[in-house]
Design a protein. Structure first.
Length: 194
């Protein structure tokens, strides 16, 4: 995580008393929060994230710990209680000392009504991708965003082949070749040419 955020993140860890673990790269999630049957809590965050995405993911998961600690009744995982907790926990980090301006403004906009994943916000996702390391970029050289691909192009996503269809605002209709089923995929998703 960015060095200026380390002390704050340590403070959050002490306040909410959760087990923390770095996780291998997972395609389906960047992090997660769990409550075990004995009441212990655990947060995991993917170890391969750039420092700023790591920080946002960490605080996202701590917001779940906050809701778990303060709400005795079941709540929606990313409902109003979580959104408020996430906004409040992120507030001290919204400075130029922690985030570059290219990320700070899209992050502020995203936090007005945060969603379950930052990937749902194209502007923030693209800003965070600008901060990926050179090695991450070279690994993605065979990749491109779905939005940058011509209609009718065959591509691979999660080990399945698709044909790119039409763009519908922020999502692209894509047809899986094996099943013939159509799916919508966010336009800024990284895919590989088949």
């Amino acid at each position: 995580m960015p060095a200026p955020a380390a002390a704050y993140c340590q403070q959050l860890h002490q306040t909410y008393s959760f087990a923390f673990q770095l996780a291998r790269s997972r395609r389906s999630r960047l992090g997660d929060f769990r409550v075990w049957t004995d009441g212990r809590t655990q947060i995991t965050v993917n170890a391969d994230l750039n420092p700023w995405r790591f920080l946002i993911t960490y605080v996202h998961e701590v917001a779940h710990a906050h809701v778990n600690k303060h709400n005795r009744r079941p709540t929606a995982p990313h409902g109003p209680a979580w959104q408020l907790a996430f906004q409040q926990l992120m507030q001290p980090l919204l400075t130029d000392a922690v985030f570059f301006h290219v990320v700070l403004e899209p992050l502020r906009q995203y936090l007005q009504k945060p969603a379950a994943t930052t990937y749902g916000n194209a502007t923030l996702t693209l800003a965070l991708r600008q901060l990926d390391t050179a090695s991450d970029r070279s690994a993605a050289a065979a990749s491109m965003t779905l939005a940058d691909m011509a209609e009718g192009t065959v591509f691979t996503l999660n080990k399945k082949k698709y044909v790119r269809g039409t763009l519908r605002r922020t999502r692209v209709v894509c047809k899986e070749l094996a099943s013939g089923k159509s799916y919508t995929v966010v336009a800024h998703a990284w895919v590989e040419l088949a």
